[in-house]
Design a protein around this ligand. Structure first.
Ligand code: FPP
Length: 236
């Protein structure tokens, strides 16, 4: 099962406490740890977290650099914890605009956990689904006989994904907004959407388990009627 999370609400969490936005992101990083552990414990195969979108470059430079420092530190400190839980780290998104220090910690975290066979933890940094789809089309334009499998392989290459992008089963978004914000648009074709009002730093293991319980009650039909067996897409 693949769960994807849009971790929204760090800024509002901080504002309510009269704290700088970066304090909200720091609190958000703690929620990340709790949810990663809960997901691994629940037997989730892949967890993809939206840490920094391509559009987040438009935020004030101090917030952007604060986030990158936090991400870099988090990768450095959490690699050991991932190793203990056999979690494989993979950062998806563009790498050509990241600073060398962050890039180095990404490569180090990925290399150290390469052999881990437990949960796949994907962190999206400088990610835009529209960019990825467009870039995959650009790379494939001279090929003939492109099918879905070839497209998905190319998308994984564009995203620096360790394995071809698995389809998302459940997409969680905190913070009260109900939108996809350019996240995993291809992979979410049949995702169940779970929107919660709580702000990301308040989201914890029990909120994650509640999202899984709610997902288990959903009736996933993939275009069929309720009594038919589940057969995935018959096109492409
Ligand atoms: C959205 O909240 C959140 C982000 C843009 C950053 C997400 C980053 C983290 C949760 C921390 C670090 C991540 C990892 C993987 C260690 P917002 O700032 O848009 O909140 P707002 O809508 O209340 O302003």
């Amino acid at each position: 099962m693949h769960v994807a999370v849009i971790m929204d609400g760090n800024g509002r969490w901080a504002a309510r406490r009269h704290l700088p936005r970066t304090a909200g992101h720091r609190a958000g990083a703690k929620a990340v740890d709790a949810v990663v552990t809960a997901a691994a414990r629940a037997g989730i195969d892949t967890l993809t977290l939206y840490a920094f979108s391509a559009d987040n470059w438009n935020r004030p430079p101090a917030e952007v650099s604060g986030l990158f420092t936090l991400l870099r530190r988090h990768l450095l400190t959490q690699t050991q914890r991932c190793l203990e839980q056999s979690i494989r780290i993979n950062v998806i998104g563009r790498r050509d605009r990241l600073d060398p220090g962050l890039l180095q910690s990404i490569e180090r975290g990925e290399r150290a956990t390469l052999h881990c066979s437990g949960m796949h933890l994907r962190i999206a940094i400088d990610y835009s689904a529209q960019y990825s789809l467009l870039e995959a089309c650009r790379r494939l334009q001279l090929e003939s006989g492109i099918d879905k499998s070839r497209f998905v392989t190319c998308l994984a290459e564009v995203d620096h994904a360790a394995v071809p992008a698995p389809t998302v089963d459940l997409l969680i978004r905190t913070g009260g907004e109900q939108r996809l914000s350019d996240f995993l648009l291809w992979e979410c074709a049949y995702a169940e959407l779970h929107f919660v009002n709580c702000l990301w730093p308040e989201f914890d293991a029990s909120a994650f388990e509640e999202a899984l319980a709610e997902f288990a009650r959903r009736d996933r039909r993939f275009g069929r009627i309720a009594s038919q067996p589940e057969v995935r897409s018959n096109h492409g």
